[in-house]
Ligand binder design. Structure first.
Ligand SMILES: Cc1cc2nc3c(=O)[nH]c(=O)nc-3n(C[C@H](O)[C@H](O)[C@H](O)COP(=O)(O)OP(=O)(O)OC[C@H]3O[C@@H](n4cnc5c(N)ncnc54)[C@H](O)[C@@H]3O)c2cc1C
Length: 453
């Protein structure tokens, strides 16, 4: 079986890994004009390997660790050295209280003590315990679930920075089922959302996040190396279209005919690729919007910067009138990212509907972000070195109705292009383990379909 994998991000590479697994390995070519790994890149910064995009994967979704183990990387995985997170609210940094699930409280006392909410906001949050049952639509937005039960302050000051931050989007549009399934489940299973959250199974012990010590790029490098050993070919070329042939085979333009193809590009690219072969799927893919973000890596002299102890960074609540959306204390999280006298921060900006950061020059952007950081940390220091990475259309927006849309896309594709399977961040999770799972799932689906016909 000859298979083309279009897109060599982690989803496409995982698809190639699955396709070349025994007992019946396929002959695979991966096409990608960009650097392999897509959004996962690690580049030197002041002599250390520092990620330019993703810097870790969540350990609770098993496909990330499983792949690392298959590649023999398990001994190289490290957990962040700092875990405590803060939130910038009302111009002040405050620790995130215990007992939050994606920003929503499962306990009131720590929330009260955190003083993140005003007294009125706190009372409104507590009302959840006595409000009557809410009847939810099929797929409410995250803001609707949280706002209805806990009020606007919990939605804007806690859940939006967390869930909206993960997806670079606004929780008024993001689907609760697709981006915060724990909240959706808790809201449906109990009258009170707080009690529903309290009833969720406790998180397993162990680190929440992991990464290879040499950066996330190490996972990609090792995977590419292992795929090479299995005979996978890599072509630094872009596909321009995919159409069906008789007997379920597919033509990947301009490369020729294959027994099957996995399309693991961003959703916007997949829209164009399947336009002629599967117009219905293409139409639905087009409506998955994506947000762009900018990530600035800033190096400071450690003596110039006072960052709170054992803290991984801070999120910025909505309405703080800053360009930055989050600041990660890189060297506190990953001590191997810098020398003892240097502190590396990674500052993010941009989200769906806010493209200000993308429009600024690198110099202006760094200037603005460093002022945001200085304001939050109360330090006048400026960075000695910096690097800017622009990630355009990198965060697919799982808006209300997303899950049903993905099902329609897959059904249309099965009907019109049965030799093609989709994978990647646009579908069922944009975290790295979810992308690995989607690549492997697409490979298995393709194998099942082509062997079944
Ligand atoms: C700044 C940033 C920080 C992040 N942080 C984290 C994190 O800490 N943890 C986490 O789990 N996730 C994180 N993510 C999300 C995660 O990195 C991505 O969702 C994931 O890597 C996407 O993988 P993918 O394979 O689906 O897509 P991509 O990585 O986008 O890969 C798609 C590939 O398709 C290629 N392509 C495009 N057009 C064509 C074409 N015509 N022909 C052939 N190939 C084509 C591209 O060159 C690209 O390599 C972050 C993302 C960003 C941008």
């Amino acid at each position: 079986m000859r298979v083309a994998v279009v897109g060599g991000g982690i989803a496409g590479l995982a698809a190639a890994w699955e396709l070349t697994s025994r007992p019946d390995p396929a002959e695979v070519t991966v096409f990608d004009p960009g650097p392999l790994g897509g959004r996962i890149q690690t580049e030197p910064f002041l002599g250390h390997r520092v990620d330019t995009g993703a810097d870790a994967f969540i350990a609770r979704v098993p496909e990330g660790i499983a792949l690392a183990m298959e590649l023999g990387l398990d001994e190289e995985l490290v957990a962040p050295a700092a875990r405590r997170a803060l939130i910038l609210v009302g111009g002040r940094l405050r620790p995130l209280p215990e007992g939050l699930v994606l920003g929503a409280p499962a306990r009131l006392r720590p929330l009260l003590a955190s003083r993140i909410l005003s007294p009125a906001g706190m009372l409104r949050a507590a009302l959840d315990l006595v409000l009557p049952t809410t009847t939810w639509p099929e797929d409410p937005s995250v803001a609707r679930v949280v706002g209805t039960r806990f009020g606007a302050q919990v939605a804007e000051r806690l859940v939006d920075p967390l869930v909206g931050g993960i997806h670079a989007g606004g929780t008024e549009r993001l689907s609760a089922e697709s981006t915060a399934p724990q909240l959706a489940r808790a809201a449906r299973s109990h009258r009170s959302l707080l009690l529903g959250l309290r009833a969720l199974p406790p998180p397993p012990d162990g680190p929440l996040f992991l990464a290879p010590r040499a950066g996330m790029g190490r996972l990609v490098d090792r995977l590419v190396e292992a795929l090479g050993e299995r005979g996978v070919r890599f072509e630094a070329l872009a596909a321009s279209g995919i159409v069906g042939e008789k007997g379920g085979r597919v033509v990947v333009e301009p490369f020729g005919a294959f027994d099957g193809a996995v399309v693991a590009t961003p959703a916007g690219v997949a829209t164009d690729l399947v336009l002629h072969g599967a117009p219905g799927a293409s139409d639905e893919l087009r409506s998955i919007r994506s947000a762009s973000v900018v990530l600035a890596t800033l190096a400071y002299r450690r003596s110039d910067l006072a960052v709170p102890e054992e803290t991984s960074g801070f999120l910025v609540a909505r309405g703080e009138a800053r360009l930055m959306t989050a600041c990660s204390f890189g060297s506190a999280k990953w001590p191997h990212w810098s020398d003892h006298d240097t502190m590396v921060l990674r500052v993010s900006a941009g989200r769906a509907g806010d493209e200000r950061a993308l429009e600024l020059s690198d110099d202006d952007l760094v200037d603005q972000l460093q002022r945001d950081v200085a304001g939050a940390l109360g330090t006048p220091a400026s960075p000695s070195h910096w690097r800017v990475n622009r990630w355009r259309e990198a965060f697919p927006q799982y808006e209300v109705g997303h899950r049903a849309r993905v099902e329609r896309i897959e059904a249309a594709l099965r009907r019109d292009l049965p030799g093609v399977a989709l994978a990647g961040a646009g579908l069922r999770g944009s975290g790295i383990p979810a992308c690995v799972a989607s690549g492997r799932h697409a490979a298995r689906a393709l194998r099942g379909r082509t062997s079944g016909t």
